[in-house]
Design a protein around this ligand. Structure first.
Ligand SMILES: CCCCCCCC/C=C\CCCCCCCC(=O)SCCNC(=O)CCNC(=O)[C@H](O)C(C)(C)COP(=O)(O)OP(=O)(O)OC[C@H]1O[C@@H](n2cnc3c(N)ncnc32)[C@H](O)[C@@H]1OP(=O)(O)O
Ligand SMILES: NC(=O)C1=CN([C@@H]2O[C@H](COP(=O)(O)OP(=O)(O)OC[C@H]3O[C@@H](n4cnc5c(N)ncnc54)[C@H](OP(=O)(O)O)[C@@H]3O)[C@@H](O)[C@H]2O)C=CC1
Length: 515
C-alpha cells in the first residue's frame, strides 16, 4: 500500500501556480495517484482577456490529463478554481472563497512565481516575496492545515558554490525592501537594481532567496518545508516520457538548436548541466508534503532537488545527445542542419556568432526582402542572443548541492512509494532521457506529427546540398579573388592539388594490388 497516495485521499489541497508548467504536473499526479482526494483548490488569475473558468477548462483538456481522463473521467469535478491575484492585497480572493479555504484546506503547495530572469525587481518582489508572505498569512489562519510546501529553486543561493539544505541570510531584510519598492519611482528602482541584487545574477533568483528567508521568519507554528529543484526539464516517465509545455530553461534552446538556428553556445562543456525531470521534482514535492504532515519534523526542512551530485551529466554530453537526436528525428522546416559549437572562449564565441548566426540571418532577411516578404531572422537572433546572455551564468559554472534530505526521504518511503513517487535520479539514463526530451519538444511543444519525420529528413538533405553548393561557390570566389591573381598562390595551389592526387593514386594502386 502507498502511504503517500493514501495520505492525500479525503484531503483538501490548495495549489498556487496550477496553470503553470510544474503546477499542472502536480495536479495531474495528485488526481491520478490519489483519486479520492477531496478537493484541489487552485488559485487562478484571469489572464489575456480569458475568464478564470475558461482557462481551467482549457487546462484540463490538454494532453497532459489524457491518462487521468482515462482512469478517472470525472476528475475535473475535484478541481475547484478560485479567482486570485498574488500581487494584490489579500491575494484578491473574495470573502466567501477565503472562508471556504480557511475551513477546508489541509495542505498548501505554493508553486506560483515569476520565473523570468528579466523581471523588473518591483514585480518580482511583489509576486515572489509579498505573494508568498500573504499566502503564508492566509495559511496560518487555516483551521485544518497540516503542511505548507514552498517550491523554491536550487539557484536561490547561486552566489554560493556549495549549497547546503539551510536558509542563507539575505543581504537585506525582505520587509525593508518591500517597503522601499512601494514608494520609490520605478525608474529609480531599475537604476539601483544591480546594486540591490549584488552578486545574484537576476531578480528571479534574488527574490526566491528572499522568499525562503521570509518563510523561515514568519512561518509561526505551521509545518513548512521547502523544495528546491534545479533546472526543471521534460518528464522522465509520467504521465508521458518527454512531456513539456513551455520554452523555459533548456527547452527553448533545444528547439532552436534542432531547427539549426542556434549554432554556437557560450558554455563550459565540462560544467554540470543540473537538469531534473519535472516528474521527479513533483514526486519529491508530494512525498515531502506527506512526510512533513505525518512525521512533523522539529525544524523546517529544505530539500535540494538536483541531479549533479548523484548522476552528473555535463553540457558537452548534452549537446552531443541533443544534436544527434534532432539529426535522427528532425524538426520540420529547419533553418539549417542541427550543429552546435560550444565554447567558453569569448573571442571564439563572437567569431561563431558572426559567422554562423548573424551572417546567415542577414542573408536570409535579404532574401526575404527581395522576395517581397517581411524580414524576421535578425530579430529572432537578437532575442535568442538576449536569452543566451541570461543563461550564460548557469552554463559556465558548476555548483555542488547537498542532498541529504532527499536521500533521507527516499529511505522513509515504502518499496511501493519508491516506485509510485520515484525521485531516485541515480536510475536516470541521460541519453535516453535527452532523446525523449527532444522528441517531447517536437510532439508536445511544436505539435509536430511523428509521421512527418521522413519529409523533415528530406528537407535536411536538401539543406545539406544547398550548403555544399554554397561552399563550392565560396571556394570558387576565393580562388578567383586571391589565387588566380598571383602566380605564387597558383603554384602553391597546384602543388597541393598535385600532392592530393598522388596520394589518392597511390592508395588506389596499393588497394588494387592487395586484391
Ligand atoms: C545544443 C544544445 C545545447 C543546450 C545549451 C543549453 C543552454 C542553457 C539553457 C538554459 C539554462 C537555464 C538555467 C536556468 C536556471 C534556473 C532555473 C530556475 O530556477 S527557473 C526556470 C528558468 N526560467 C526560465 O528559464 C525563464 C527564462 N526566460 C526568461 O527570463 C525570458 O524568457 C527571457 C529574458 C530569456 C527572454 O525574454 P523575451 O521577452 O525576449 O521573450 P519571451 O517573452 O520569453 O518569449 C516571447 C514569445 O516567444 C516564445 N518563445 C520563446 N522561446 C521560443 C523558442 N525557442 N521557439 C519558439 N518560441 C519561443 C514564448 O513562448 C513567447 O510566446 P508568447 O508571447 O507567450 O506567445
Ligand atoms: N521551471 C523551472 O525550471 C524551475 C521552476 N522552479 C520553481 O517552480 C515553480 C513553478 O515554476 P514553473 O511551473 O516553471 O513556472 P510557470 O511560469 O510555468 O508557472 C508560474 C505559475 O504562477 C502563476 N502566477 C504567476 N503570476 C501570478 C500572479 N500574480 N497571481 C497568481 N498566479 C500567478 C502562473 O499563472 P498564469 O498561468 O496566470 O501565468 C503560473 O500558473 C516556481 O516557484 C519556480 O520558481 C524552480 C526551479 C526550476
Amino acid at each position: 500500500m502507498s502511504s503517500v497516495a493514501t495520505y492525500y485521499n479525503e484531503k483538501s489541497v490548495l495549489v498556487t501556480g496550477a496553470t503553470g508548467f510544474m503546477g499542472k504536473v502536480l495536479v495531474e499526479k495528485l488526481l491520478r495517484s490519489s483519486p479520492d482526494v477531496k478537493a484541489i483548490y487552485i488559485l487562478v488569475r484571469p489572464k489575456a482577456g480569458q475568464l478564470m473558468q475558461n482557462r481551467v477548462e482549457h487546462m484540463v483538456k490538454c494532453k497532459l490529463f489524457d491518462r487521468v481522463r482515462e482512469e478517472c473521467p470525472n476528475f475535473h469535478e475535484k478541481i475547484k478554481p478560485i479567482s486570485a491575484e498574488l500581487t494584490h492585497p489579500n491575494l484578491a480572493i473574495n470573502p466567501e472563497d477565503t472562508a471556504e479555504l480557511l475551513s477546508e484546506v489541509n495542505i498548501v503547495f505554493h508553486c506560483a512565481a515569476t520565473v523570468r530572469f528579466d523581471e523588473p525587481l518591483k514585480h518580482a518582489l511583489l509576486l515572489n516575496v509579498r505573494g508568498t508572505q500573504q499566502l503564508l498569512a492566509l495559511a496560518r489562519q487555516m483551521k485544518n492545515l497540516e503542511t505548507f510546501i514552498h517550491v523554491s529553486t536550487a539557484y536561490a543561493n547561486c552566489n554560493q558554490r556549495y549549497i547546503d539544505e539551510i536558509i542563507y541570510p539575505p543581504p537585506m531584510e525582505p520587509k525593508k525592501l518591500l517597503d522601499l519598492v512601494e514608494w520609490m519611482d520605478e525608474f529609480l528602482i531599475e537604476e539601483i537594481t544591480p546594486k540591490l541584487i549584488g552578486d545574484w545574477p537576476n531578480t528571479y533568483t534574488f527574490t526566491k532567496a528572499l522568499a525562503e528567508y521570509l518563510l523561515q521568519q514568519e512561518k509561526g507554528n505551521i509545518n513548512v518545508a521547502i523544495v528546491r529543484p534545479s533546472i526543471v526539464g521534460a518528464s522522465w516517465h509520467e504521465p508521458f516520457p518527454g512531456w513539456i509545455d513551455n520554452f523555459n530553461g533548456t527547452s527553448g534552446i533545444f528547439i532552436a538548436a534542432g531547427k539549426g538556428i542556434i549554432r554556437t553556445v557560450k558554455c563550459n562543456v565540462e560544467a554540470v548541466a543540473d537538469i531534473v525531470p519535472v516528474d521527479v521534482a513533483i514526486n519529491l514535492i508530494l512525498a515531502t508534503g506527506w512526510y512533513t504532515a505525518v512525521h512533523r519534523p522539529k525544524s523546517m526542512l529544505i530539500y535540494n532537488c538536483t541531479t549533479g551530485g548523484m548522476n552528473p551529466f555535463c553540457w558537452g554530453e548534452m549537446e552531443h545527445h541533443v544534436i544527434s537526436t534532432y539529426k535522427r528525428n528532425p524538426l520540420e522546416k529547419a533553418f539549417r542542419i542541427p550543429k552546435a559549437n560550444m565554447t567558453s572562449n569569448y573571442l571564439m564565441h563572437q567569431y561563431w556568432t558572426a559567422v554562423s548566426h548573424k551572417a546567415p540571418a542577414f542573408l536570409y532577411d535579404l532574401y526575404l526582402r527581395l522576395t517581397g516578404r517581411k524580414p524576421r531572422m535578425m530579430k529572432l537572433f537578437s532575442r535568442l542572443h538576449k536569452s543566451m546572455t541570461f543563461f550564460e551564468y548557469f552554463t559556465s559554472r558548476t555548483w555542488e548541492w547537498s542532498s541529504d534530505n532527499m536521500n533521507m526521504l527516499m529511505n522513509q518511503l515504502s518499496p511501493k512509494d519508491k516506485k509510485l513517487f520515484c525521485f531516485d535520479v541515480r536510475q536516470l539514463h541521460w541519453s535516453e532521457y535527452i532523446e525523449n526530451y527532444c522528441l517531447g519538444t517536437k510532439k508536445y511543444l511544436l505539435n509536430e506529427d511523428m509521421a512527418g519525420i521522413p519529409a523533415a529528413k528530406q528537407h535536411l538533405r536538401k539543406l545539406r546540398n544547398i550548403q555544399y553548393a554554397l561552399n563550392t561557390i565560396f571556394l570558387v570566389i576565393i580562388w578567383r579573388i586571391f589565387i588566380a591573381r598571383s602566380q605564387m598562390a597558383q603554384n602553391i595551389w597546384y602543388f597541393v592539388v598535385n600532392l592530393c592526387y598522388k596520394f589518392l593514386s597511390y592508395f588506389r594502386a596499393s588497394s588494387t594490388l592487395r586484391h
